[in-house]
Design a protein around this ligand. Sequence first.
Ligand SMILES: [Zn+2]
Ligand SMILES: [Zn+2]
Length: 162
Amino acid sequence: MLIMETSVADGRQDGLKTVARRAGIKLTHQRLEIFRAIAATDQHPDAETVWRIVRAQIPTLSLATVYRTLWLLADVGLVSTVVPGGDRVRFDANLDPHAHYVCIRCGLTRDLAAPDDGLRRISEQASSFGSVVATAIQVRGICERCGGADSGGLAPGDRAGS
Ligand SMILES: [Zn+2]
Ligand SMILES: [Zn+2]
């Protein structure tokens, strides 16, 4: 996994503490470690990947706890979710408005910088149909590893992603 600069992860962790206090969520050691695992990467891990990372520190941690914690964090807006289509939900601690590049074969998910006003204008248009909970823009393709860069090579059987 690509580990980001600690300053970014630290900043996200400060946000966690503030929001958790406001939402009345107890920041247990487990929850903190789970959040830290997401905040430290830009690879949009799914729950199982987060579980594998955090289990190194907390061997007794169950996958069910990881799921519950991730959805709790999503409910209070500390992480957002990305669904790369037919694949497992992935979690994202990057709360700045952005779009995603998603590989339709392995589920690889990467951030794309999107102009703020572009996303806002799409949300505004959508609000004529009803309320807007989240705006997600996805560019789908086949990543280099899955053969998207050369002449349409076949996908390797690996769907583990990240
Ligand atoms: Zn791929
Ligand atoms: Zn993202």
